[in-house]
Design a binder for this molecule. Structure first.
Ligand code: MLT
Length: 309
């Protein structure tokens, strides 16, 4: 007779609070998505999940810290398209490798990118925006969340399509960058939708277009880049949960199950959808699917992005 005996740690984990590192400032997309999902996961797991915002170097400072953390399931990180893909070609001396130093847990959300500007930025629509930034690129400030962040990489893509080099203004996250945009201290930004929806709806910033093939239900009046005349600019980011390499499969399985339960919860779903996120389909929620996404995203960005000088 062969009885299945679960490892002792899986039967007891977690016995204390978990730290979730967020590699950007509070109030930005990574922070908001992490808080929505982990507040539900904490109920499932029966322990608190404390968010620790660790900022710097486009999220790579925090990601290095997470890679070096003890792999006991008590220190995790919410990473994204920047920290776990674009950072590889941008930082030749990156102190971690997204595939070799992490165990994928679960994809949390897809986040379409929008072209946003301060409320009084002169162009009326995307066609005027393109003409204006081409004519004035040396005078303009584009905010981002540090080299390798999603906002940086997305606007780099936009700038390469437009063949311009405006001045980039780095912040510790697009939470603070958004505050600067609302205050009119910077001109424009390419940001993930979750950070933009509340401000667009409040009329505190301008949205020129969403860089996805379809409009987003949370912003039905914002045209796609294709509709607005710039079909070449397509960008959607993603946010996902990771543990340091070597974290036990049983712990990864408990965390994945708790993350999936959160994504299926009506309140969590409603909140993520209100903010424009794309909720991962069931087939995309496994650790294996996230591993495949990280691999394909590194392969996608590596030929496109050059190391920061
Ligand atoms: C980014 O641009 O990578 C993010 O928006 C960072 C953040 O969560 O603030």
């Amino acid at each position: 007779l062969c009885a299945f005996v679960a490892p002792a740690e899986a039967q007891t984990y977690p016995t204390r609070g978990i730290t979730m590192i967020v590699p950007f400032a509070a109030g930005g997309p990574t922070d908001v998505i992490s808080r929505i999902v982990t507040s539900h996961m904490a109920q499932t797991l029966g322990q608190s999940i404390i968010i620790e915002n660790v900022v710097g170097a486009g999220g790579t400072t925090a990601t290095t810290r997470a890679a070096r953390a003890t792999n006991d399931g008590y220190t995790l990180i919410t990473g994204h398209m920047g920290t776990h893909a674009a950072s590889v070609p941008l930082y030749p001396k990156l102190a971690y490798h997204p595939e070799k130093d992490f165990e994928p847990i679960a994809l949390l959300a897809g986040t379409p990118i929008l072209i946003l500007a301060r409320k009084d930025f002169p162009p009326k629509d995307l066609k005027e925006f393109v003409a204006y930034v081409k004519a004035n690129s040396e005078k303009l400030n584009a905010a981002h969340a540090g080299i390798g962040s999603v906002s940086h990489v997305s606007c780099e893509l936009l700038h390469s399509i437009l063949d311009i080099k405006p001045v980039g203004v780095p912040f510790n996250g697009t939470g603070p960058a958004m505050n600067a945009l609302v205050a009119g201290q910077v001109d424009y930004m390419c940001d993930q939708i979750v950070n933009a929806v509340p401000q667009i709806n409040a009329g505190t910033i301008k949205a020129y277009a969403i860089a996805t093939p379809e409009r987003n239900p949370s912003l039905p009046n914002v045209p796609t880049t294709a509709e607005a005349g710039l079909p070449a600019f397509q960008a959607q980011a993603w946010n996902a949960m990771f543990a340091p390499k070597g974290t036990s499969p049983a712990i990864i399985a408990s965390l994945n199950a708790a993350a999936i339960k959160a994504l299926d919860d009506e309140t969590v779903k409603k909140r993520l959808l209100e903010l424009g996120s794309v909720i991962p389909a069931p087939k995309d929620r496994t650790p294996e699917a996230l591993a495949a996404l990280v691999k394909s995203e590194i392969a996608k960005w590596s030929p496109v992005l050059k190391p920061a000088s």
